[in-house]
Design a protein around this ligand. Structure first.
Ligand SMILES: [Mn+2]
Length: 349
């Protein structure tokens, strides 16, 4: 945890990084989660009010999860889709909760952001005028909370609410990868956050599509010892993949979960583990290899495999190959059969 002096020092370096910036776009990762969204709106707020540089928040992909949509709507967060026009000359970029040249970013590979703030492992290729990467943090929102608290600015309740939801959802209510810093940040935000809105974000109304996909997921979930795997087929919302991975990991005895879903021309893959030393990010990177891209941290990871023009059967074969590889990495040889999660048993009255 940085001292107040160290944070002031960082502010000076941010100011220097923004010296020639006329307009800043703060970019989330694609299909942003609450950690990324809350971090981005907070950085934009600090840049605008502390450094007097115009700043807007943009995201790549879509905001799919009902909770995330509720968060943006109920807290009236100003965030809009990234467009080609945002890359016009004279606009600088900041990246939060991700780094340049990663698979889950729409940021052009040949451009360099002025600011990068993240909690994923640092990449050798990451360049920016100001970089703050803290892998020991459970959430990027914790880093931004520390900045906000030391900024001397007023803390709007929407930001406090967004950040506390960012931290709690990223760490599964402070139970996953959360450190003392995350807990302290959450506690500092809690008195300032709007409890009723927070509850409405955590328990949003759900579209029918959600239940349909959940039903399909449960019927396509299989178990093998401590491993659980789900294949969703086509999804119209890529956020279902990590959501189902989280959900099936809760199955008794499971300590590793994988979920696969087809979205547009990609196979989206999520890995979850209950093992705090699991290094899920590396696990998934090795599992996907050159087939696609992946990233993550200790207990959660996500990746994607581009598969344009793959026929349905070929895609199914690829999914099975990934699941076999997943089991092999867990130390299980050729597994010929996994047990369906749902036992076809008549419901007794
Ligand atoms: Mn994050």
């Amino acid at each position: 945890m940085p001292t107040p002096e160290e944070i002031q020092e960082s502010f000076l370096r941010i100011e220097a990084a923004l010296r020639d910036t006329k307009r800043l776009v703060v970019l989330t990762h694609d299909n942003p989660d609450p950690d990324s969204v809350s971090s981005a709106v907070t950085l934009a707020y600090i840049v605008k009010h502390k450094f007097k540089v115009p700043a807007v928040v943009k995201y790549g992909g879509i905001v799919g999860r009902a909770e995330n949509r509720a968060m943006i709507r109920l807290l009236r967060l100003r965030i809009s889709p990234l467009q080609e026009a945002d890359f016009r000359p004279g606009v600088d970029f900041a990246m939060v909760d991700m780094q340049p040249r990663t698979g889950n970013s729409s940021f052009p590979k040949n451009r360099r952001p002025v600011i990068v703030i993240d909690h994923h492992p640092a990449r050798r290729t990451t360049r920016a005028d100001f970089i703050d990467i803290r892998t020991e943090y459970g959430a990027t929102a914790t880093i931004l909370t520390e900045y906000l608290l030391e900024s001397g600015l007023e803390i709007p309740s929407q930001l406090a609410t967004a950040l506390s939801y960012g931290i709690s959802s990223e760490t599964q209510d402070l139970g996953r990868e959360a450190r003392e810093t995350d807990i302290q940040a959450y506690l500092a935000l809690f008195p300032k956050s709007q409890k009723k809105l927070l509850a409405n974000i955590v328990h949003p109304r759900l579209p029918r599509d959600y239940f349909i996909t959940l039903n399909r997921a449960l019927h396509h979930t299989r178990l093998y010892k401590n491993a659980v795997a789900a294949t969703l087929g086509e999804v119209n919302n890529p956020d279902f993949v990590p959501f189902i991975a989280d959900f099936i990991l809760r199955c008794e005895r499971a300590s590793w979960a994988i979920c696969l879903g087809r979205y547009k021309d990609r196979l989206v893959v999520s890995i979850r583990t209950t093992n705090s030393k699991g290094d899920a990010g590396n696990f998934l990177r090795r599992l996907i290899g050159k087939k696609g891209t992946a990233g993550g941290h200790g207990m959660i990871a996500g990746g994607q495999i581009p598969c344009p023009k793959l026929e349905h059967e070929e895609c199914t074969r690829l999914e099975e190959e990934i699941i076999q590889g997943f089991l092999k990495k867990l130390g299980y040889g050729d597994v010929t059969e996994m047990t369906p999660l749902l036992v076809p048993e008549p419901i007794r009255a």
